[in-house]
Design a protein around this ligand. Structure first.
Ligand SMILES: NC(=O)c1ccc[n+]([C@@H]2O[C@H](COP(=O)([O-])OP(=O)(O)OC[C@H]3O[C@@H](n4cnc5c(N)ncnc54)[C@H](OP(=O)(O)O)[C@@H]3O)[C@@H](O)[C@H]2O)c1
Length: 414
């Protein structure tokens, strides 16, 4: 069987990961032979540890409390999960500063959480299923004790930066066995963002790609701007696995890494001469902005495209600044303006892409991981007690993949 360069490099990365896991397993076995340290004092029933904040601001607003009430299953389709690992994303840093509060609070009030604070952040997790709502069928493939991965919708007040989280069954699935906890916690939020940008906003796989886990888009050409970050690095791998021709931009020091992810051509965005090369491959079916460039950037590009999809939409910020009605008008006006410019100058549409917690999106990502076509990059990893440091890492920027937080007393295996 002939392997492409990309497959060889992914295989090498996985071999290294497997070896390091084997060493870790050997070390754990050795530890198991020695007397174990005294177990921590038992916590009162229905209490848990978690990070909350009571007013918007910087990471010093984050407070750890080990006497939080365990989240309750309120709807019959919900499940309670004991979190083993979670992540911090740029959205967590922004939400801590109050980003999106106007619209998100309205959505929270509708779902019964009428008080704004305290809030717990954390959009994704891997953990252990400990309780199922009455409506989650007994014959459901997810059994209690099962290792699951999942996402928390952005409007929830109780995210995954806690020992337990409650989410609806559709936001959960069995975690892929070939990923460890840190890796499994690092796929879904960025992965569902990339997937929904490409397959829902961008309609890359047509109606089937948008409504099922089928993916698609073979032989199309996509430029991923920001291929070194959490969203971009997963977008490149999922596109490459679908037979899409992928071009990517990143800083010089990430070029080799991004090429290994499967990009056919990688360009250093800090080098104007290299950026010029992107015009040679135009027109692009999709330009995917994972680099925070925003809608206005579309008309500044010196090549044509059919669609420019940015994950940096002004939607929530405009509503924060101007309220629901004026903010909504401002959004319509900005989207129209950037489309008029992009259509007249570059012949393509501008769209806004969003994280969307769809069950078929999770299934799409799960299949890719299980076929070993998708592996998250991990930028850095922190203990749960150090969660504010993970926020600081995000604020420094120049991320190379995901910032993971591992809960101290997490268990392995299922
Ligand atoms: N709308 C939504 O629902 C949603 C969901 C998730 C993420 N997002 C947004 O999507 C963007 C990507 O998220 P993420 O989690 O992947 O962020 P990230 O991990 O910080 O990745 C951004 C990457 O882009 C690189 N970069 C910065 N400027 C660049 C440029 N001009 N050209 C090419 N690459 C550049 C950065 O590295 P260097 O600075 O070293 O080059 C970094 O590796 C962020 O703006 C985030 O806020 C939106």
């Amino acid at each position: 069987m002939l392997l492409t360069g990309h497959q060889l490099k992914l295989a090498a990365t996985r071999l290294t990961a497997q070896l390091s896991r084997s060493f870790a397993a050997a070390a754990e076995a050795q530890q198991a032979a020695t007397p174990s340290p005294p177990s921590p004092p038992k916590r009162a029933p229905n209490k848990m540890g978690g990070w909350q904040f009571h007013s918007y601001g910087d990471s010093d607003e984050l407070q750890y409390c080990d006497k939080l009430r365990l989240p309750q299953i309120r709807n019959s389709d919900e499940c309670l999960v004991r979190v083993r690992a979670t992540t911090v994303n740029p959205i967590d840093v922004a939400m801590l500063r109050g980003y999106g509060a106007t619209l998100l609070n309205i959505m929270r009030c509708k779902s019964g959480d009428s008080i704004e604070f305290p809030l717990t952040l954390g959009r994704e997790f891997v953990g252990e299923l400990v309780q199922k709502g009455m409506g989650v069928n007994g014959s459901d493939q997810l059994q209690l004790g099962c290792r699951v991965w999942g996402v928390v919708p952005i409007s929830s007040t109780a995210g995954a930066h806690a020992e337990y989280v409650v989410v609806s069954r559709s936001c959960l699935a069995a975690a892929p066995k070939n990923l460890d906890d840190k890796e499994a916690a690092s796929v879904l939020y960025a992965g569902l963002t990339a997937w929904s940008g490409l397959y829902i906003s961008g309609f890359l796989g047509g109606p089937c790609g948008a409504t099922t886990a089928a993916g698609g888009g073979a032989n199309k050409r996509v430029l991923v701007m920001g291929g070194s970050g959490g969203v971009g690095s997963l977008a490149i791998q999922m596109l490459s696995a679908q037979g899409v021709q992928v071009l990517a931009t990143c800083s010089e020091n990430a070029v080799d890494m991004v090429r290994c992810l499967g990009a056919d051509c990688v360009v250093d965005y800090t080098n104007p001469a290299q950026l010029e090369q992107l015009a040679k491959y135009a027109p692009y079916d999709i330009v995917l902005d994972c680099a925070g460039q925003g809608s206005q950037h579309a008309a500044e590009l010196n090549f044509d495209f059919r669609q420019y999809i940015t994950f940096s939409s002004p939607l929530l910020a405009n509503i924060d600044k101007q309220g629901i009605c004026l903010g909504a008008l401002q959004n319509v006006s900005e989207l129209l303006q950037s489309n008029v410019k992009a259509v007249t100058q570059r012949g393509g549409l501008v769209k806004w892409g969003y994280f969307y917690p769809a069950a078929h999106g999770i299934e799409f990502l799960q299949r890719l991981v299980e076929r070993r076509k998708l592996m998250p990059l991990i930028d850095s990893s922190f203990d749960f007690a150090e969660l504010p440091k993970a926020f600081e890492r995000i604020k420094q920027g120049h991320l190379r993949g995901k910032v993971v937080v591992q809960l101290k007393d997490s268990i392995t295996g299922c």
